[in-house]
Design a protein around this ligand. Structure first.
Ligand SMILES: C[S@@+](CC[C@H](N)C(=O)[O-])C[C@H]1O[C@@H](n2cnc3c(N)ncnc32)[C@H](O)[C@@H]1O
Length: 237
């Protein structure tokens, strides 16, 4: 039987195996674009001192450095991921910020203990592509469930660019550059081949936008670098 690469246990295991090289590989192979777009996605929305922010699908917690100084020690950061290895890395990262209030949740985003209407801001970076279309509506509902009315969200994901020459570059990058570099630099290089599949398959931006619109997220889309990444921001009604 063919494996379903969108099933929870498959995705969690994949990121468990990818975790040792995840940060290094992402920064290196994207020539710094991944960290830059992540930072942009967080800086684009207003986050004040003392606010409650959730970083959904936090991975090893690379978003935190852009969030913590803004919420200050009086704020609260909740970081959620279901990969136990990613959460272990996040726990290590938490030690760098002893003065901040960081709560780690090793949970499935669709079954989380985060309370209704409790968060001022929800961030989600590079987490959309491993969801099937049907799950995107669930994710939109979850973001809006945990946000307070008037709370804002910002999502970012890599995308297939629209112009042909960039499309060709992107395919070359995913199909050749990443597999080549991961062979030499990553602990479990085969895991990076799946990233190509997820990224090639992902066409969910408009759908996510429509779900957020339908459920009261008032979203807008932002293209990054000729459409090589896209962000969605919005405010809950
Ligand atoms: C591509 S990584 C993104 C990590 C981080 N946000 C970043 O900016 O690099 C996606 C993360 O989402 C997590 N994830 C995927 N599906 C999930 C789910 N249903 N519930 C919780 N975490 C999930 C994976 O374990 C992985 O760590």
């Amino acid at each position: 039987m063919e494996e379903n690469i969108y099933q929870d246990h498959f995705v969690a295991k994949l990121f468990d195996r990818m975790s040792p090289s995840y940060e290094f590989m992402n920064s290196l192979t994207s020539l710094g674009f991944y960290p830059f777009w992540r930072q942009q996605a967080i800086e684009i929305i207003s986050i004040g001192k003392g606010k409650k922010v959730t970083d959904l699908l936090t991975g090893p917690g690379e978003s935190w450095k852009h969030i913590l100084p803004r919420i200050g020690t009086e704020g609260e950061l909740t970081a959620l991921d279901f990969s136990t290895s990613m959460i272990q890395l996040a726990e290590k990262r938490k030690e760098r910020y002893p003065e901040y209030n960081i709560k780690l949740h090793c949970e499935n985003v669709f079954n989380s203990g985060i309370k209704d209407n409790s968060q001022d801001v929800v961030i989600c970076c590079y987490g959309l592509k491993t969801f099937e279309h049907a799950q995107l509506e669930q994710l939109a509902l979850e973001i809006l469930r945990i946000l307070k009315p008037g709370g804002s969200f910002s999502l970012v994901e890599v995308a297939m660019p629209e112009t042909q020459w960039l499309k060709n570059c992107y395919r070359f990058y995913l199909g050749k550059v990443i597999p080549f570099l991961s062979k030499f630099l990553a602990e479990n290089p085969e895991t990076y081949n799946y990233l190509e599949t997820y990224s090639n398959n992902f066409e969910g931006f408009d759908l996510m936008l429509a779900h957020l619109e339908k459920h009261g997220g008032n979203p807008s889309m932002h293209k990054r670098f000729f459409g090589c990444a896209k962000g969605i921001t919005g405010v809950k009604s």
